[in-house]
Design a binder for this molecule. Sequence first.
Ligand code: Z2T
Length: 789
Amino acid sequence: MKFDKEEWKKKLEERLLEKFSVSLKDASPFEIYRALGETVMSFIARDWYETKKEYSKTKQAFYFSSEFLMGRALGNNLINLGIDKEIQEFLKELEIDYNQIEDEEEDAALGNGGLGRLAACFMDSLATLNLPGQGYSIRYRNGIFNQYLRDGYQVEKPETWLKYGDVWSVMRPEDEVIVNFGNTSVRALPYDMPIIGYGTKNINTLRLWEAHSIVDLDLGVFNQQDYLHATQDKTLAEDISRVLYPNDSTDEGKKLRLRQQYFFVSASLQDIMKNFKKVHGREFSKIPEFIAIQLNDTHPVIAIPELMRILVDVEGVLWEDAWEIVKKTFSYTNHTILAEALEKWWIGLYQEVVPRIFQITEGIHNQFKNELAKLYPNDTDRQNRMQIIQGNMIHMAWLAIYGSHKVNGVAELHTEILKNRELKDWYELYPEKFLNKTNGITQRRWLLKSNPQLSSYITELIGDAWIKNLSELKKLEQFLDDEKVLNKIWDIKIEKKKELVEYLRETQGIDINPKSIFDVQVKRMHEYKRQLLNIFQVYNLYQQLKQNPNMDFTPTTYIYGAKAAPGYKVAKGIIRLINDVAQIVNGDDEIKDKLKVVFIENYRVTVAEKIFPAADISEQISTAGKEASGTGNMKFMLNGAITLGTLDGANVEIAKEAGEENEYIFGMRVEDIDELRKKGYDPRFPYNNITGLKQVVDALIDGSLSDLGSGIYREIHSLLMERGDQYFVLEDFEDYRRKQREINRDYKNKISWAKKMLKNIANAGKFSSDRTILEYANEIWDIKETKIK
Ligand code: Z2T
């Protein structure tokens, strides 16, 4: 794209004058941010329009997801348009600090963690690859809560990204639809966000629905009698898009959550059907030729009975014909096997909130029940296990598999576990439906944007084709023995570490040594992710350093960042524990320059962009079999951090790509866990036999550490020692500590360390979401590149 500096400057000045009545010279950072955003929006307007027009003629994929964790848009949009450097330069000439402008933007944090961020990376890849794909979700007024620490405990405050409106959304009143619930109806008002691909003219769309009351329409006219009641209705309707549920990997069976799901799914399907009919009229059998819908986990699975309702009730299609259309249209991605996450709805709630959808779901259930009776006449156990409605609960995953033509897991190991264990019955019935789609991340945000120094250097070495084709990075292997290159990537890492140090000094007032090893675990707080194992090792290390001050040791900084679901007591207790240990370690003058523990407050996309480039060690230490994939692991790898991990999720593939000798792999594997479970696991065995472990576990209850009277440390202690240590924290402790020691030794050899870094970067190609999206496009959706002129 050609950049005309004078023209941009003129446009920006005009906007500032029109909108804020201010000159460029006197404008505040917020005003400049807004004006710049609006200028970008007008700059892409025509291409956006052309793209929509072009896509309407072809098969499109629709990504239904209750979460899109987008983060900031300005920097990413400027980079993808190829005008970032130019804008920065021209602001500099005006003595305006670009970083300050960027910092005016709030994260669009409409997601919890991996699942929502994956959806965001997919949007970037779809647009970059010129694929006709659109996202659908809810325009939550409050995204994931902001986290603060008080006495080392997490406190939640509402997130308010829409406080001053949003420059990246366009309201589309002409596309408003009505969503009918059992006893009320609400208006669904769409807002479109442009998704700007890298180095292409195509502009894709993310459509977010906002809930409004129908009484808004003529409040005070037909409701004159009951004005207060009418305003109450308004609040009830608007509640639907008020707030994102802050649970990562646990099911929340609440009425409002069901209303949210039906709200966005029904609005999206009505929208899709309206557009389909505009082009194809009533040829509904053609729906699967033009529409593919991906269900991002079970949260939007109510789309299956809803499309049945639209086809049968509204359009008069025969049930049997409608069912064939539905199956060919939907596909479903599973993101977890944790039992507490598997979504089930009480039929009473369904009946109350969406009565017609309940009837249709029962119809689907009965149809499948009959099929099962014919398929397995002598296996009533199996028939019962596979019922969609069981004991008054609707099993959403079963409904998803039955109503889809493809079902995928998100990493090789995860998909194998689905096929051989969790979904074994289903795989035996429908082997042709199952396939793997290993997750990926967009290199535009997670390298090009977040690590410009490493990006430029890579481009200097192998050219810039990696930005669109990440497997190009393989070419870096020719420099594995080139000390100049190895020194340079080490130096860049130090530079990124210094930037993070500066950020943490400014925001949290902590002082960190950039020469120390940065060992980082950032992700949602959950028992299965085992932040507890990490902090136990740190506490043990502290005790060793106290006992043996002359021990050979490379200074290390342990960095954590994690939000806990507000109702998840144990997770909150672990946050307190990390901060408790941090206070002790960081406050100990004897330890000072050796060991430091940092808990980063309010971990989010924008902070993640500073953390991944600065990490030496990527902690991926979940209990084997529990982490479906992980995607943070990929962002670390791409930025030259070495994985310290179990053979779980995508770690398996990371180790395979880079070579296991270039990672630190430890702990029990899935098979080892099976075996130990069979044999009978007794956590008292490692507790009594592993040097130092008893002291660490006992510190929870012997007064060495303090939960300030909440009782949560005793609870954690009991989970480990009396309730079987479900996640094998104690069992894996020794092997984990051994790897930590190895790392501490290996880091001293700069050249061999940098070689490992380069090996990881060079082999990160597989983990681009471009690769993932092309697989979805070719093997599930059957959509084709559709470039606008
Ligand atoms: C989530 O982030 C993930 C799974 C969920 O299951 C829910 C949420 Cl909010 C219902 C994560 C997985 O834990 C992670 O392993 C995976 O990489 C990510 O989804 C994307 O697939």
